[in-house]
Structures are given as structure tokens and as C-alpha cells.
Design a protein around this ligand. Structure first.
Ligand SMILES: Nc1ncnc2c1ncn2[C@@H]1O[C@H](COP(=O)(O)OP(=O)(O)OP(=O)(O)O)[C@@H](O)[C@H]1O
Ligand SMILES: Nc1ccn([C@H]2C[C@H](O)[C@@H](COP(=O)(O)O)O2)c(=O)n1
Ligand SMILES: [Mg+2]
Length: 239
């Protein structure tokens, strides 16, 4: 019997009552790519629970992360969680943080990690899916460590869309979606933030052997032809 994935965080946080506690050998789910685990239901019957498969999707502003995520969703059935979209949505539902989020976005900065992780955590917990694309996160070492600390989880894989600055600027300035940050002044600041704060995270995952670098130059379909085999390789874990 299949059950929806339990909260990724109740699965992973060892301090709470969690399925993790019932897995032998102290293996971390996300490191062993297990996709199911036997866990007792309230009536004591063992049932299979799908375990989460997390992909972080990184790249500079306008490198095409969101565009490629939509294609991955179509082909591989992931749930797409864009950290930027979650923050923008929060500005219309949470008056307390509205100005802070908008100001940070306009200034090309990074919103305090605790809030962003909370939004991602909430979105994962309320999803019926077990495979997630977390787009535009982590954007700093602080983001990364907050996610690990709060959730106890790590990504299975990390995609990095590598794009020259001139191309990112061209794409952002012709995006035309009415975003607060699609202007040259904010874009210059975002590129500085990317170099100073996001590249170290990309290097971190590269050193851990989790980074898959994609050349983001080319048509959307050409770029996706590099992305497709990445997920095809993990077919067993994500089907
Ligand atoms: N391969 C491509 N070639 C040309 N234009 C592209 C390509 N991929 C995406 N675009 C366009 O570039 C713009 C930026 O793409 P997208 O929104 O996917 O980038 P992003 O990495 O999510 O950016 P951000 O970090 O600002 O959210 C969009 O208008 C999109 O249609
Ligand atoms: N981890 C994140 C992700 C996004 N933001 C803020 C700052 C970004 O410039 C903006 C837009 O994000 P995008 O849609 O381009 O992914 O949202 C952040 O503070 N922290
Ligand atoms: Mg985007």
C-alpha cells in the first residue's frame, strides 16, 4: 500500500518522532536515494512511504532556471518550488514582511533565511508529491546552512545553469513579466550578490560531487536536452 510522502521534515529530523528513527544503520534517506521505506501506521500495519527526492536548481539571475524547471515538471512530474515566487506570494498575504521582502528584492539582496526556509518547508509539507525542484535556493551559505539545520535534509542533486552575464542581462531586461527586479540597476546588484554569495554555494556542492553543470546558452530546447539525461539517470528513484 502506498501512502503520500510523510512530511519530509518529520521523515528527516531525528529529534522528532520520525520514520528516520526506524531506518536501520542510521542511513540518511537523501544520501542513499532510497525511495520507499516500511513504516507502521497507527493500527500497526506496515506500509510503504515514498521518501523525498530534492533537487536544488541554481544559476544567476535570468539564467533560465524557472524555464527549465517547467520542462522538468512536464517530463518528470516534479513539483516546482521557486523561492522567489514563494517570497513574492508572501508579499500579498503577509503584511508584516511585505515591505522587507520587496525592499530586499529591489536592492538585489537576500531575504533572511529563516523566512525562506519556512516557506519552502510549508510548501513541501502541503504537497502530495515526493520529488521537488527547489529553484533559486540556496542563494547563500546562510541559506544552505539554515535549510540543513531547520530541516535536517540535503539535496539529492544540484543543477547549476551556467550562463554568461551579458546573456543573463539580455534575458532579464526582455522578460516583461512586471517584476520589481527586472531593471538594469537591480540586475547589476543581483549579479554582484550572485558572485559574492551564491557562487560559494555552487562551489560547495561541486566539491561534494553533487553539482551538475548545464551550459545555459542555446535555445530552451537545446538546454533541456542537457537536463533530460540527468533525470533519466535517476529514473528508479523518481518514478
Ligand atoms: N535558453 C533560453 N534562451 C533565450 N531566452 C531564454 C532561455 N531560457 C529562458 N529564457 C528567457 O529568459 C528570461 C529569464 O528566464 P527565467 O525566468 O527562466 O530565468 P531565471 O533563472 O528563473 O531568472 P530569475 O533568477 O531572475 O528568476 C525569460 O524571459 C525566459 O523566457
Ligand atoms: N533564496 C532566495 C531566493 C530569492 N530571494 C529573493 C531575492 C531574489 O533576487 C528574488 C527573486 O528570486 P528569483 O525569482 O529570481 O529566484 O527573491 C531570496 O531572498 N532568497
Ligand atoms: Mg526564476
Amino acid at each position: 500500500m502506498w501512502r503520500r510522502v510523510a512530511s519530509v521534515f518529520t521523515l528527516l529530523a531525528p529529534s522528532r518522532s520520525s520514520v528516520l528513527n526506524k531506518v536501520p544503520h542510521n542511513l540518511k534517506f537523501l544520501e542513499v536515494f532510497a525511495t520507499e521505506v516500511m513504516t507502521p501506521t497507527e493500527d500497526g500495519v506496515l506500509s510503504k512511504v515514498k521518501t523525498p527526492f530534492i533537487t536544488f536548481v541554481l544559476g544567476g539571475p535570468g539564467s533560465g532556471k524557472g524555464t527549465q524547471c517547467l520542462k522538468i515538471v512536464e517530463s518528470f512530474g516534479f513539483t516546482h518550488l521557486s523561492a522567489g515566487d514563494l517570497l513574492r506570494k508572501e508579499t500579498s498575504t503577509n503584511a508584516k514582511f511585505c515591505d522587507m521582502i520587496n525592499d530586499t528584492i529591489k536592492e538585489g539582496g537576500i531575504v533572511p533565511s529563516e523566512l525562506t526556509v519556512k516557506l519552502i518547508q510549508g510548501a513541501i509539507d502541503s504537497s502530495e508529491n515526493y520529488k521537488f525542484l527547489i529553484d533559486g535556493f540556496p542563494r547563500s551559505e546562510e541559506n544552505r546552512s539554515a535549510f540543513e539545520k531547520i530541516t535536517g535534509a540535503e539535496p539529492n542533486i544540484v543543477l547549476f545553469f551556467d550562463c554568461p552575464e551579458e546573456e543573463m542581462v539580455r534575458r532579464v531586461l526582455s522578460r516583461n513579466e512586471g517584476r520589481l527586479d527586472d531593471n538594469i540597476d537591480t540586475m547589476k546588484k543581483r549579479l554582484k550578490t550572485f558572485t559574492a554569495l551564491s557562487l560559494p554555494v555552487i562551489n560547495y556542492y561541486s566539491e561534494k560531487g553533487k553539482l551538475l553543470k548545464i551550459n545555459a546558452v542555446g535555445t530552451e530546447d537545446e538546454v533541456f536536452e542537457q537536463v533530460r539525461p540527468v533525470f533519466a539517470k535517476y529514473e528508479k528513484e523518481i518514478r
